[in-house]
Design a protein around this ligand. Structure first.
Ligand code: PLP
Length: 350
């Protein structure tokens, strides 16, 4: 049975009232502010506290915190925890999201790059030896799992390495919120601190995310950190949607349909069912424009591949339509030694 949605229930149960409070649109609907009955995200002791506790239980965390500012604020909060613990450096792959680089620059954390190889234009997840050699020069490790191409590092081996070296393991799971159903693939089964970007692969509103800690010690630091990097005006529609997304049931039908789609339509092999990666090589832009002319929009075009992002809400009939259109589009290969493609939202000076 589906779990109770505490924030949405509170919003639905509101009495009509006259708004002498923000926001300025004055419609006292779902987009309210922190009132007597709606709790306060900075120091929650009501419905937001209960929702966060539910989320922590579902995600296997000691503490989880609602974020309305995207995974970016979760990554900033995690890295701030390293500073709070007296650490000065963190090992992270060169293809980490710009927010990892930005946070390190702002906090004065030295980023030790973890070498990553590129094959067929895709930056691969670093292997254990590459991670080990970077971690030898750093106080902590941050990996992205899964990455934008749907690949995961060897989480069990990496977590064992970090434990053996007594160094914290952080995971940017901006693309992995849906994996809590599969503990062996889920960041929260391995990391000390991790982010779930639930607006990407689960049905939350844009910017909805969660940051979590495995232990009370890291949880205490994280509680202090989120106060620095979250807005002081959290959006109730986003918070309600985050709770909804984390409690959203698994959709094994669409997972199976996605796996079948990958083999039927020549997608690149990857672990994460939500990311369909179709090689088009030099025909990428043409293929993108042709799909868009039929009302079908991919997540990105990196110059080698079009990536189609799924979630438990993806409809099988839409997958079928995509398959039909893909059949008609001319493809071109991507050479094994092709340089990594450029994901538009990652384009930033480093
Ligand atoms: C790996 C990774 N981390 C973090 C982010 C930032 O997430 P958000 O846009 O929710 O702040 C992204 C966004 O694309 C991402 O791909």
């Amino acid at each position: 049975m589906r779990e109770r949605l505490r924030i949405a229930d509170m919003l639905r149960a509101q009495k009509r009232h006259i708004s002498f409070h923000t926001p300025g649109h004055k419609h006292a609907g779902a987009d309210i502010t922190e009132l007597d009955y709606s709790d306060c995200l900075l120091s929650p002791d009501g419905v937001l506290k209960e929702a966060q506790e539910d989320i922590a239980r579902i995600l296997g965390a000691e503490r989880s915190f609602l974020l309305t500012d995207g995974s970016t604020s979760g990554v900033f909060s995690m890295l701030w925890c390293l500073k709070a613990a007296g650490m000065r450096s963190v090992a992270a792959p060169a293809f980490s999201h710009p927010c990892v680089w930005n946070a390190c620059n702002i906090f004065g954390l030295r980023m030790v790059p973890v070498v990553q190889e590129t094959r067929f234009g895709i930056p691969l997840q670093p292997v254990l030896d590459q991670i080990k050699s970077a971690l030898g020069q750093a106080d902590a490790l941050l990996l992205t799992s899964p990455d934008y191409y749907g690949n995961l590092p060897d989480l069990a081996a990496v977590s064992a390495l970090c434990k053996a070296e007594n160094k914290p393991f952080l995971i940017d799971g901006a693309h992995g919120g849906h994996l809590h159903f599969v503990p062996v693939l889920y960041a929260g089964s391995y990391a000390d601190l991790w982010v779930d970007g639930v607006h990407k692969s689960l049905p939350a509103l844009t910017q909805g995310a969660v940051v979590s800690a495995k232990s009370e010690t890291w949880g205490g630091r994280l509680q202090a950190a989120v106060k620095l990097f979250r807005t002081s005006s959290p959006s109730y529609p986003i918070m309600a949607s985050v709770e909804y997304a984390v409690k959203y049931p698994r959709n094994e039908r669409v997972e199976a349909a996605a796996d079948l789609f990958k083999t039927q339509y020549g997608c690149v092999g990857n672990t994460d069912w939500t990311k369909l990666l179709v090689p088009f090589g030099k025909n990428c832009r043409k293929a993108q424009l042709s799909l868009e002319a039929h009302g079908v929009y991919p997540e990105f075009n990196d110059g080698n591949y079009l990536m189609f992002y799924l979630s438990p809400r993806t409809r099988e009939k839409d997958l079928k339509k995509l398959g039909k259109l893909l059949k008609k589009l001319p493809r071109d290969g991507v050479a094994e030694d092709a340089p990594a493609g450029v994901i538009p939202m990652y384009r930033e000076e480093r």
